[in-house]
Write a protein that binds this ligand. Sequence first.
Ligand SMILES: Cc1ncc(COP(=O)(O)O)c(C=O)c1O
Length: 375
Amino acid sequence: MTSVTVPLLDVNAQNHPLRVELEQAFARVLTTGRFIFGDEMEALERECAEMIGVKHALAVSSGTDALILALMALNVLPGDEVLCPSFTFFATAGAIHRLGAVPVFCDVKNDDFGICLKSAAAKITSKTRCIIPVHLFGQCVDMHSVTHFARENNLTVLEDCAQAIGSAYCGKQAGTIGHIGAFSFFPSKNLGGFGDGGMVTTNDDELAERMVRLRNHGMHPRYYHSEVGGNFRLDALQCALLRVKVPKYKNYLRHRRQNAAFYHQQLSEKLGFILPKEMPRSLHTWNQFTIRIENGARDHFKKHLADRGIGAEIYYPVPLHQQECFRNLPKHCLSECSTSESLSREVISIPIYPELSQDQKNFVVSAIQEYTIPQ
Ligand SMILES: Cc1ncc(COP(=O)(O)O)c(C=O)c1O
């Protein structure tokens, strides 16, 4: 087989074929001169709410701001404790910390990489207010157990859906099960925008109303502020561009799922490689296809792929309870996250984006097949 390069992600492969539609979207906004709020934002919100199956979807400036806005709307205050997984992207915990609240890092489960409720239960205190399950890599957390746990302990539930637009548990999509869902349109996400962007979702009218206000400096009516919010708005231009992709999302997802099925079919027998699973009763959207490699060979394997022109990345090399910026948190926030630590040593994500050609997938598979873990 001739050699082909395979980047971890190729945004141009998705975006360039949309050039005409994107230019039309840009022209629409330019013609109206409406750059903040307006029809494009409202239409994106309507279309996303319909796609996700939720009453309210509000466009915001990023996935990080979606988390901050949601925590503000859920009344998470300075000193409050929020349970979150240690094995996730930094923003999950950064958002908590930014509000003066305390991220309490819980371990994750071996199978779906979701928050471990046993670990969470051991870390509850009288200050715990909220839990953030993260649907990591596109695998939906077991939300029955999370909502049950939250009810028992009187906690609000904020779903971090940044990597999981369209993912589902028991037929319900991520971002429709907890009190609020926080999404990201960062270019590497499954619905990737053209810069930063995000969204919050909720079925609760009061929370939606509060988030509308907080997204725009807590202002209502104009120039009257009953509470302090921020500027968490998403530009009309970004909304218009994203709208081009919304109707295509199902097709992108179908290709991601086909790619994952191909890897499973070709690699399930590979010794020393643990493939990610789609958990029962859930729909995985494969934002990442994250393999675990035993025997400390992960970095050696990454070099093997790089030598062949195949992109791969370590999401995430340092679990959050071991990040320097959190070193002074109370002890229970940082204790016993051993699965997170093993995952950080073992995981590697390989190309899974929808536009991968069959040649590229074959090339990835053969590079993996010819690799032997050093003993
Ligand atoms: C799990 C998770 N949460 C939050 C975020 C933050 O999203 P953004 O980069 O849009 O701020 C990301 C994405 O980077 C993420 O992967």
